[in-house]
Structure formats: C-alpha cells, structure tokens
Ligand binder design. Structure first.
Ligand code: FAD
Length: 479
C-alpha cells in the first residue's frame, strides 16, 4: 500500500501510515471519543478497513480530555486532601500541617489525561485504524471531507459527542464564568463558587472545589438535586453534601450572572437574590454536537432537541450513515457510547448486536458515591408496576464501619410477583464499583433471591447488596 504523504492527503494521518491510510474505507468514524474510538477499534478487529476523524489534537473525546478522566483525577486528589486535613486523625494518623499544592494536583490530572489519550493513539496503531486529524464533514452519503480532501467509505459513523449547554444571560469566558472544562483547570481555589446545575457534573465539581476550600452553592431549577435519579438516593446524598458544607438553592433559577455575582430567583416566583461567586460554573447539561457536519445536505434527521434520530441498530434516516454516543438519544455517558460503538461495529460486520438501554448504570463520583441501574421507584409507580423493596444501610455493614464510611444504603426493587430485579440504587462509599454486580444480575434477568443466595465475601461493602436482596424477601440478617 502506498505510503500517505502530506501532498496527497491534506488531513494529517497519524495511524500506522503503511496500512489503511489511503482509503477507500469500509468505515469512517467521525469523532474519537469513547463511542467513536471504540467503534473504530472493534470494526478493525472484525477485519474492516477503518479511519477515524478527530479535530482535537488529543484522541479520546470529551471523556478522556475534559470529562470523566480529568474529573476523576481531581476528585481522587481532592479527596486525599480532604482525608489528610479532616478524616485521617480519627484513624490515629496525624499528618502535621497539611498544605495544598494545586499546581502539582493539576499536573497529576494533566498527566493522567495525556497518558490516556496517548493510549488511544497506541490502540489505533495496534489495530491499524487510520487517524485522520482534522474536522470531518459529510458531503454526500459515502463521502467525508476532512480539511478539504474527500475520503470514501461504505459506512459513515457519526460519533461527534456533545457540548456544554448554555444558560440564557450567562456568558462563559472559561475564567470566572466557566463550563466544566474551565472548572477542571482553575489555577487557584476560588473563595466562593456558584454551581448552576445540581446534576452529576455540577455535584462532582462542587465536591472538588469545596474539598479544596471554596465555599460552594449549588443552584438547581428542580425541587431537588439529581432530578433523574431515585428520590431517596438524592435526598440521602443531599444530606451528606450539606454536612460537607455545600449549600443548595433548589427550586431556583439563575436570571443573571456577571463577574463575581450571580442573581437567582425562586422558580415559583418571589424575591431575587444576589450571591457572591468568585467563580460561576455553568453545568446545566449537555447538548448534541452536530454543527458543521453537513447533516442537512445529506438529509440526516435530528429530533426537536438536536439528537440524531436512529433505529435500534444505530442507522440514521440516510442509508450508510449511523450515529452513536452523546449525539443520539439516551443517557450521555461514556460507557453507553462505548457499548453502542461495539454493537454497531458488530452489526456492520453482519452480526446481530444490540444495546440494552434499560441496563445502563449511572454513577456520581462524589463522597458518598451515588449509583443506579434500572428503574426508579418513581418510574415504577408512574407505570403502575407492583414492586417489592429491600433496603440495607451501610451503618450495619462491617466493612463500612471499619472504614468509617457508614452514610447511605443499598436498595433493590424487584417485581412483586416474579421477584425479577427491576432497579438497584446505592448511595455510599464505592457505590460506583458495587453497581456492576447489580447490572450483571439484571443482564441475566436475575431475581432478588439469586443475589440473596449468592455467597458474598466478608467483610465487603457488597454484602449490603446481598442483605438488601434478603430484605426484599423480608429476612435480612444484620438489621
Ligand atoms: P465525545 O466524547 O464528546 O467525543 C466526540 C469527539 O468528536 C470529540 O473528540 C470531538 O472533538 C470530535 N468531533 C466533533 N465534531 C467533529 C468533527 N466534525 N470532525 C472531527 N471530530 C469531531 N460519562 C461517564 O460515563 N462517566 C463519567 O464519570 C463522566 N464524567 C464526565 C465529566 C464531565 C466534566 C463531562 C463534561 C462529561 C462526563 N461524562 C461522563 C460524559 C462523557 O464524557 C460522555 O458521555 C462521552 O464522552 C460521550 O462520548 P462520545 O464518543 O459520544 O462523544
């Protein structure tokens, strides 16, 4: 195969230049986030000739560059700081004077990001995926323009992800009024911070900066934080956050924000209030990124919220064009995008593959962590489904007590007649790791009794899940 040179290919190819780089391709994926890069790798594993277009210098998308990975690097680092300043003494560990070196903390985060994004480049080379560096635009079915050069492919996959949503009247400058991207790169701890939005991104950022010393107020339009999650989870988590001195203004909307001040009003009507905020974070959700992709030219339909309309096999309204990840409907989560990327690749290879969108876990990486999979109690009640509840508090779990992490509970919702698990909701330390057991159980259509009859190692936090399963049948052992 001819080696690609700069003159015959204006898009910079940074995959293995000796393989696959010239096209035509079986598949061109636009966007190298967790949806796109995973789809490209799986297509290549299945024998397809694949290119992946990415406009940013680093591969890995929102998740690796400015989302999941950097936020978890700072959540872990800030939790260590909090532990050293406030928690370790109770274990008999005295630290002397603890100080914060924010520059080193940010350098840790940046290194984690660059190592992870470099890991995607390595995987592209290993799997012989051609990386086309530039902005992709679909000019016709089967043709993608990257920086002025047309590339042909049998299939085009749109995996262009999402951008932060705006709040009317609040202009982000990424310095004092920031999106999550700016909040992950502050160079000093603000004295005060207002977080607009009590969803998972807002709460994770609030946790980081509050642990590092900022006085944080979270403003949420709905009557409670985490409006999409089970109400009992949100209530318990809110109590824990208040103990951590994070303040909340629920049922409030922001009407104005300027450097240093945010103006809020009760949604139900009432007096406006001004809050001082050295940094204002806008975290009101994300919207699909489709601008400049040429969707109108080729006739790919979007819904009223801008998401690309697809069928269960990720096909858009135009033959040969598919969409996965944040740019389509469903939870905007990296693992949802990855699952869709794999399933689509397998469909393109002629296999039968689907994603069960009813079993996508969601995790908020605060302290305590919050994790859920399946239906909430509110959704079951609205749908008129008869269900049983089994609940177990971490305060009665030996491992949680040994770790002084007794806040929260595990809750299982099971069908009243069949005992099949319909939803699992956990708030507590390591809930995000524990939820995997619940997702696996649900994927195998397990009953609560199946979990109850499974031997769980002692002492582990997962014993709380077994006890919750026993509680569904009315006989937990340790409460
Ligand atoms: P993206 O990751 O957004 O990737 C899309 C890629 O396409 C981008 O790299 C973009 O540059 C590129 N692109 C766009 N248009 C073009 C074009 N025309 N040409 C070429 N390239 C283009 N999810 C979790 O599951 N767990 C978490 O803990 C978590 N934490 C998060 C924390 C924050 C602060 C944020 C912002 C998000 C977080 N998310 C988390 C959400 C997660 O990042 C997204 O759901 C996930 O990245 C979506 O993957 P994707 O592949 O659909 O899109």
């Amino acid at each position: 195969m001819a080696k690609t040179t700069k003159s015959d290919n204006p898009a910079k190819t940074t995959g293995d230049p000796t393989v696959n780089s010239a096209g035509p391709f079986d598949v061109i994926v636009i966007g190298a986030g967790p949806g796109g890069y995973v789809c490209a790798i799986r297509c290549a594993q299945l024998g397809m000739k694949v290119a992946c277009v990415e406009r940013e210098a680093q591969l890995g998308g929102t998740c690796l560059r400015v989302g999941c990975i950097p936020s978890k690097a700072l959540l872990t680092a800030s939790e260590h700081y909090h532990q050293a300043t406030s928690e370790l003494a109770a274990f008999g560990v005295t630290c002397g004077k603890v100080s914060l070196d924010l520059k080193t903390m940010m350098a840790h985060k940046d290194k984690v990001v660059s190592d992870n994004t470099a890991g995607v480049s390595f995987l592209f080379k290993k799997n012989k995926v051609t990386h086309l560096a530039g902005t992709g635009k679909i000019t016709a079915p089967g043709t993608v323009d990257v920086n002025g050069k047309a590339y042909k492919a049998k299939h085009i996959v749109i995996a262009t992800g999402s951008d932060s949503a705006d709040v009317a009247g609040v202009k982000v400058d990424e310095k004092t009024i920031v999106s999550s991207t700016g909040a992950l790169a502050l160079t000093k701890v603000p004295k005060t911070m207002a977080v607009i939005g009590g969803g998972y991104i807002g709460l994770e950022m609030a946790s980081i900066w509050s642990r590092l010393g900022a006085v944080v107020t979270v403003i949420e339009f709905a009557e409670r934080i985490l409006p999409g999650l089970d109400k009992e989870l949100a209530t318990t988590a809110a109590r824990a956050f208040k103990k951590q001195k994070i303040a909340f203004k629920v049922g409030h909307k922001v009407t104005k924000a300027k450097r240093g001040t945010v103006t809020i009003e009760p949604v139900a009507g009432g007096k406006a209030l001004e809050l001082a905020a050295e940094v204002i974070l806008v975290a009101v959700g994300r919207r699909p990124h489709t601008a400049g992709l040429g969707l109108e030219t080729v006739g790919v339909k979007t819904d009223s919220h801008g998401f690309i309309v697809t069928d269960a096999r990720f096909a858009s309204t135009v033959e040969g064009i598919y969409a996965i990840g944040d740019v389509t409907t469903g939870p905007m989560l990296a693992h949802k995008a990855e699952e869709e990327g794999v399933a689509l690749a397998e469909c393109l290879a002629g296999q039968v593959a689907e994603v069960d969108h009813d079993i996508i876990p969601a995790v908020v990486y605060t302290e305590p962590e919050i994790a859920a999979v399946g239906q909430t109690e509110q959704a079951l009640q609205e749908a008129g489904v008869a269900y049983k509840v089994g609940k177990f508090p971490f305060s009665a779990n030996g491992r949680a007590r040994a770790s002084r992490q007794i806040d929260g509970f595990a809750k299982i919702l099971a069908d009243e007649k069949t005992d099949q698990i319909l939803g699992v909701h956990i708030v507590g330390a390591h809930a995000g790791t524990m939820i995997a057991e619940a997702a696996l159980a649900m994927a195998f259509a397990a009953t609560a009794q199946d979990i109850a009859l499974t031997c769980h190692a002692h002492p582990t936090l997962n014993e709380a899940l077994k006890e919750a399963a026993l509680a569904v049948a009315g006989h937990p052992l340790h409460i």
